[in-house]
Design a protein around this ligand. Structure first.
Ligand SMILES: C[S@@+](CC[C@H](N)C(=O)[O-])C[C@H]1O[C@@H](n2cnc3c(N)ncnc32)[C@H](O)[C@@H]1O
Length: 247
């Protein structure tokens, strides 16, 4: 915990850019300006925000915890959910992949951002996967498939379908080795352009190490460190750039 606070303070101190000012190249500037920061006209549908608020209050037991406690403690916040929504809406992917469905909150934002393309989400816990499947039905996200099972096994089944332009959200096992393995496997499927989002990049020393290592790989052109999330913009024609941003 103390380590995370120190990392947070470091991030606040060393972040360089506010609202995209001073960022090059233009592609990265436009991503930061138009997508990371909420610009007028990119508001989230009211039903999604309401659904999220209702989940906070939901006392249904899922395993040892209530839905509300899981959603408050382990799901994306509305702010970061909205960012996921804006990313899929901006990127217009051919497919969306999510590792770690939880109760389906992030799935709901990713899917609403660009409905109509397949979204495959993997969750290892049966009860959570079942709850998430109901949630996406309530949001009328027919394109979403929740895959219940161990990530390594399910990823092996789904990866051959991952093609073209995709958005991948990695929010499952928050430790070094599996994170590196998942991101590497996804990266190998990237064509000319893709987006990989890693959640909780300073959750632990292991996650921070994984993030540092991933952004040093030659295949990673642009990386954006928002402290709570790390975004990798993959495009073959971009030079390497790394920015730390207070969102
Ligand atoms: C932080 S939660 C996901 C929250 C969700 N992305 C959201 O924001 O709404 C991480 C989930 O990953 C799942 N998970 C962790 N390791 C896994 C594994 N090896 N196989 C399948 N699921 C796993 C956990 O069961 C947990 O529900």
């Amino acid at each position: 915990m103390v380590w995370r606070i120190i990392k947070y303070l470091e991030h606040q101190l060393y972040r360089r850019h506010r609202k995209g000012r001073g960022i090059h190249p233009p592609y990265l500037f436009s991503f930061v300006h138009d997508v990371v920061f909420n610009t007028p006209g990119t508001d989230i549908p009211h039903e999604i925000s309401e659904m999220h608020r209702n989940l906070w209050k939901d006392r249904t037991m899922i395993g040892e915890r209530t839905v509300g406690s899981f959603v408050c403690g382990s799901s994306v916040s509305p702010r970061y959910g909205e960012l996921l929504f804006r990313i899929t809406r901006w990127f217009c992917p051919d497919m969306i992949l999510e590792l770690g469905t939880g109760l389906g909150v992030s799935t709901m934002y990713l899917g609403q951002g660009y409905p109509g393309v397949p979204l495959h989400s993997i969750e290892g816990n049966t009860e959570r996967a079942a709850f998430a499947a109901q949630l996406v039905c309530r949001c009328h996200l027919e394109q979403v498939s929740i895959h219940w099972g161990d990530l390594d096994r399910k990823l092996e089944e789904i990866l051959p379908q991952l093609d073209g332009r995709f958005v991948a959200f990695v929010d499952a096992n928050h430790s070094y080795e599996p994170t590196i393995r998942y991101v590497r496997a996804i990266l190998e499927k990237a064509g000319d352009e893709a987006v990989i989002i890693m959640d909780d990049i300073y959750w632990s020393r292991g996650m921070s190490r994984a993030w540092k290592e991933v952004i040093s790989w030659p295949g990673i052109s642009v990386s954006i460190d928002l402290f709570h999330m790390g975004i990798l913009l993959l495009r073959k024609d971009l030079n390497k750039a790394h920015v730390k941003i207070k969102s």
